[in-house]
Design a protein around this ligand. Structure first.
Ligand code: S3P
Length: 447
């Protein structure tokens, strides 16, 4: 079942070589942050390349509810007139964040140190996910949260009227939690400090600086120490959003699976906190070249040229997990087509994503005839010459599970169906058309 509408079953059939240029949409993480920081700034923020997926549209709608003026000017081109740090108005109704953990967690942080109250909800997937990881540190600023058992949504957050700054060590590697604390620190006096033992995506830190905040980052034996000076005046900026490396991973891995493929994915972010999948693919023997590396809007980007390659197994180093946390589902699918046994360890965060991704991938791969083994924090996949396929996989409202199995179906003996492809619209609304244009045989039930 999809979040709010009817399920959209989809099927991927064994396909000929994938060829052409795949222009994947803007980065989801950066798109959310551009809207939120724009809303917390004085003056106008102009954004190009914004991902117009449902998750980001939910953030845009929420920013309007908190008082910012958010307008679409053209495809991917948006303008935000912000209300300034501490200027959020109290929303008149419930903030529905749909499927998006990033929306709800970052926005809770952004409002937690303003004297307003807001109630958040989401779809069946989001309402199962843990929010205590964000509301616990927000309570240290003086905010109060009243949610369902385990801190789950729907949840009401009462912002702190007189916030105090916080020093917080992340108990798990999470850029969403780190970002929530930093955004809350914006409207607290003095210095808010976040310490992370494993570096997670750093878009919030980079962008806060770009909007005029003082953010110091120190790498120490204790981990990365990020210090934000509170109550800055953020000023509207121009933000060019690079293409999403997590979305790019789907056509890239599909091309690696389908013999004869040769594709180009231009302008993809190669931020070192996000590029773990590409290092992993190269270590597996992928013919993957980063062409024309350059800097765009403060992020390193490159054009990815990828050709079908016979891949070998890998043991993914656990310390790489944070830099490819969203790519394990597609890596698990790809590993089923590689030679030998691929082992992914240190991935228990996957259990609290849009679905329990270890379980969803394990069950789906088994249904497709692939041998797997799982523990609480690992997944092992036995590669085979050709995956049998011939199954319908449950996607549990998870866009990345749906896309992973649709990619695997292009290279398996019998077609692979997914019960519901509608969540793909949250992060990669053009996936179906883009893959078909490359030559992928992807059909809907009615086709
Ligand atoms: C995100 C951080 C990651 C990632 C999610 C987007 C972000 O989650 O899985 O898709 O934009 O900060 P965690 O920070 O919870 O690991």
């Amino acid at each position: 079942m999809s979040g709010h509408g009817t399920a959209l079953p989809m099927t991927a059939h064994s396909s000929g070589p994938l060829r052409g240029v795949a222009e994947v949409p803007g980065d989801k993480s950066i798109s959310h942050r551009a809207l939120i920081l724009g809303a917390l700034s004085v003056g106008e923020t102009r954004i190009t390349g914004l991902l117009e997926g449902q998750d980001v549209l939910d953030t845009a709608r929420a920013m309007r509810a908190f008082g910012a003026e958010v307008t679409q000017r053209g495809p991917g081109a948006w303008s935000v007139h912000g209300v300034g740090v501490g200027g959020f108005a109290e929303p008149e109704s419930v903030i529905d964040c749909g499927n998006s953990g990033t929306s709800v967690r970052l926005i809770m942080g952004a409002m937690a140190t303003t004297d307003i109250t807001a109630t958040f909800t989401g779809d069946a997937s989001l309402n199962k996910r843990p929010m205590g990881r964000v509301t616990d540190p927000l309570a240290l600023f003086g905010a109060q949260a009243y949610g369902r058992r385990g801190g789950r949504l729907p949840l009401t957050l009462i912002g702190a009227g007189q916030p105090v700054p916080v020093r917080y060590t992340l108990p798990m590697p999470s850029a969403q939690v780190k970002s929530a604390v930093l955004l809350a620190g914006l409207n607290a006096p003095g210095e808010t400090v976040v310490i992370e033992h494993e570096p997670t995506r750093d878009h919030t830190e980079r962008m806060l600086r770009g909007f005029g905040a003082a953010v110091a980052v120190e790498d120490t034996g204790e981990g990365r120490i990020i210090t934000l000076t509170g109550q800055p005046e953020l000023r509207g900026q121009s933000v060019a959003v690079p293409r999403d490396p997590s979305s790019a991973a789907f056509p890239v891995c599909a091309a690696l699976m389908v013999p004869g493929s040769d594709i180009l994915v231009p302008g993809v972010s190669q931020n070192p906190t996000r590029n773990g999948i590409y290092l992993t693919l190269q270590e597996m023997g992928a013919d993957l070249v980063m062409e024309n590396p350059r800097d765009e809007g403060g992020e390193p980007v490159a054009d990815l040229r990828v050709r079908y390659s016979a891949l070998r197994r890998i043991e993914v180093p656990p310390e790489r997990a944070a830099s490819m946390i969203d790519e394990y589902p597609i890596l698990a699918a790809l590993a089923a087509t590689a030679e030998g046994q691929t082992v992914m360890r240190g991935i228990k965060e996957l259990r609290v994503k849009e679905s329990d991704r270890i379980d969803a991938m394990a069950r789906g791969l088994e249904a497709c005839g692939v041998q797997i083994a799982e523990t609480e924090d690992s997944l092992t996949v036995q590669g085979m010459a050709q995956v049998p396929g011939g199954a319908t996989v449950r996607t549990h409202l998870d866009h990345r599970i749906a896309m992973s199995f649709l990619c695997l179906g292009l290279a398996s003996r019998a077609a692979i169906s997914v019960d519901d492809a509608s969540p793909i619209a949250t992060s990669f609304p053009v996936f179906e058309g883009l893959m078909r244009a490359l030559g992928a045989q992807i059909t809907r039930a009615a086709d």
